[in-house]
Write a protein that binds this ligand. Structure first.
Ligand SMILES: N[C@@H](CCC[C@H](N)C(=O)O)C(=O)O
Length: 264
């Protein structure tokens, strides 16, 4: 069976987008199909899949990692998802609208010029849950446990190269993260400015992680007042702002690079 897809990315964290408005095309989307779509040699290649579903009066982002696992939320994915809706005339640029996720409804705004693909997402109020540890080989770092709807461990390192090749998942405390964890390695670049690498649960090292950038910014901010951080990643930069109420806004680019059909 042939069905439509799009390919897009947010700071080079890339996704296959599957329009499935009434759930009739991919209602049975299983892990094996997700893995086939995300396969970088035998498939379309991506870090994850975004299934676009209409539920009652809202759009639902059904997010899957490249290994077929389900995650609660994807920060780069939701920017691509929102841009897709605007480009298809299903939502308006310049107007905030809600996108449902497994972590609840997020309010997104695609900038007035949809071709620029700059999207802001209200990520809610992430929670800093305390200290833990992560390891790569025989190197262990203290890390901050941050819940951005999905789980993160943020480790400050002397040099981003200290994390090594990241071909393997860093070791973590399974009692703290019974469902796995996304691990960010961070260095400070200056006032309100950090750089990071990430090893994502279910996808390996990716070029960027939106929820990870929020976790990193929160772990970097002193106190609890308003603050803005620039977060550089191998695939690009996002801006993270915490407001007076502790809500976190993420702004960054989104791009749709291809549209087609696939038999996968
Ligand atoms: N790349 C995403 C996060 C995707 C989910 C993550 N791998 C998990 O399993 O929690 C982002 O941009 O936030």
């Amino acid at each position: 069976m042939s069905y439509p897809f799009l390919k897009g990315h947010g700071t080079h964290n890339d996704f296959v987008v599957l329009p499935d408005h009434d759930g009739s095309v991919h209602g049975d989307l299983d892990a094996a199909r997700v893995r086939a779509l995300c396969d970088r040699r035998g498939g379309l290649g991506a870090d994850g899949v975004l299934r676009v579903v209409r539920e009652q009066d809202r759009w639902f982002m059904d997010y899957r990692n490249a290994d077929g696992s389900i995650a609660e939320m994807c920060g780069n994915g939701i920017r691509v998802f929102a841009l897709h809706l605007v480009q298809e005339g299903l939502a308006d640029a310049g107007e905030p609208f809600g996108v449902d996720t497994r972590d609840g409804v997020k309010t997104v705004t695609v900038d007035g010029d949809a071709h620029e693909g700059q999207v802001t997402v209200d990520m809610g109020v992430p929670t800093v849950l305390g200290e833990t540890e992560v390891s790569v080989g025989d190197h262990t770092w203290a890390a901050t446990h941050v819940d951005v709807g999905n789980p993160h461990a943020v480790a400050f390192v002397d040099d981003l190269a200290d994390a090594g090749s990241l071909l393997e998942a860093p070791a973590y405390d399974a009692a703290v993260y019974p469902h796995g964890v996304n691990v960010e390695f961070v260095v400070r670049r200056g006032e309100g400015h950090v750089a990071m690498r990430v090893h994502e649960r279910g996808a390996g090292e990716t070029q960027a992680c939106g929820t990870g950038a929020c976790a990193v910014a929160l772990a970097s901010m002193a106190g609890s007042g308003p603050a803005t951080y620039r977060v550089d990643q191998p695939g690009g930069t996002v801006t993270i702002t915490r407001d007076r109420e502790g809500r976190v806004l993420m702004s960054g680019p989104a791009v749709i690079v291809a549209r087609g059909t696939t038999d996968l």
